[in-house]
Design a protein around this ligand. Sequence first.
Ligand code: SAM
Ligand code: SF4
Length: 380
Amino acid sequence: MEFPNFAANFKLMSIDEILNKVGPSTGSGTLTQKEIKLLLSTAGEDKKKLFDRALQVKLEHLDNYVHLRGLIEYSNICTKYCLYCGVRCKNLKVERYQLSDEEVIECAKLAHELGYGSVALQSGERSDKAFVDKITHLVQEIKKIDNGSLGITLSLGEQTEETYRRWFEAGAHRYLLRIEASNEDLYYKIHPRDAKHDFKQRLDCIDSLLKIGYQTGTGVMVGLPFQTLDDLANDLLFFKQKDVAMVGMGPFIPHPDTPLWQYRDQIPSADKRMELTLKMIAVLRLMMPEINMVAATANQTVDPQGREKAILAGANVIMPNLTPNEFRENYLIYPDKACVKDKPDECQSCLDMRLAAIGHKVLYNAWGDSVAFTRKNAPK
Ligand code: SAM
Ligand code: SF4
């Protein structure tokens, strides 16, 4: 994927003019596709202006707080075979696991003790009755910890509306389901074209989550084979149009045991994928000043400073991994994943220091809900 110097062809509009449309205090967030593309193409001084403005907008709307979600990678058993993902069911090299109920509850209790305020339960995708019942039970059990003091995010893929509703009623209140690519053609270049990987169904799932009342999160991978600047700009417009409460975006990282590995030489370098991810975060912060945005682990995998850079570009959520260490190496959706060997308490002190160094701090013992969502749903 090569991005031509779009900015050079676009002399009529200056970066200052575009940035003046979006904040900090205006918070209107209205940008056209052309303006987004121009911002995503910035370099040098213009790029610095973009990042400075995004940080300014974030601090004005959300202060310098970072919210934590203790990540529990519940299982790598998956019925799907997305073309990019290391735990796809067709990767026979993966040793499959599922945490016991006790292990999940231990992780959740640890999150509570560490003051994280929320957990995120993530897994390969299954929709059989045993799985749905098990998750319902786990959500109810996590809710019992200190009388419901932990917020619960789920990231368990596509499910029926009834299942989403059951988990919501059990106590989950946030759900992350990345659209992965809002362009249907691109979607089918990174997923098999079959009933298990249906684009329309993915859209319907996001709509169901929004309808039920979840704080709904979506997102994309950045730097995918065949992805264009138009695609990325349209992804941001898609998030805005759906008015989601949360977004997670991270660089695509090719995995050797997946079909997309064959295109690894046709994607931008790791540095460029990282830079583009940061620009996507910054532009989205201008467009949606009050949403929660995750500094994805993939950022840190590509660049040791990646998480901090994402926070400075406009992200405000970090998901420290609480999965017991012996299972982490089997949840390798991409190679060389960051923090696989870290212990949770080491992770925490390291995180506090790293955030302090960039003028940010963790808001402990709080759910850290999306301000955009809370405002939208406040009684009128
Ligand atoms: N199975 C659930 C789903 O697909 O929504 C949740 C787990 S899935 C592993 C979480 C996210 O990992 C996906 O939404 C995808 O964007 C990301 N991911 C998978 N493979 C990746 C890769 N090779 N590089 C970067 N991100 C990847
Ligand atoms: Fe399974 Fe999710 Fe990976 Fe797709 S992205 S193969 S659904 S774990």
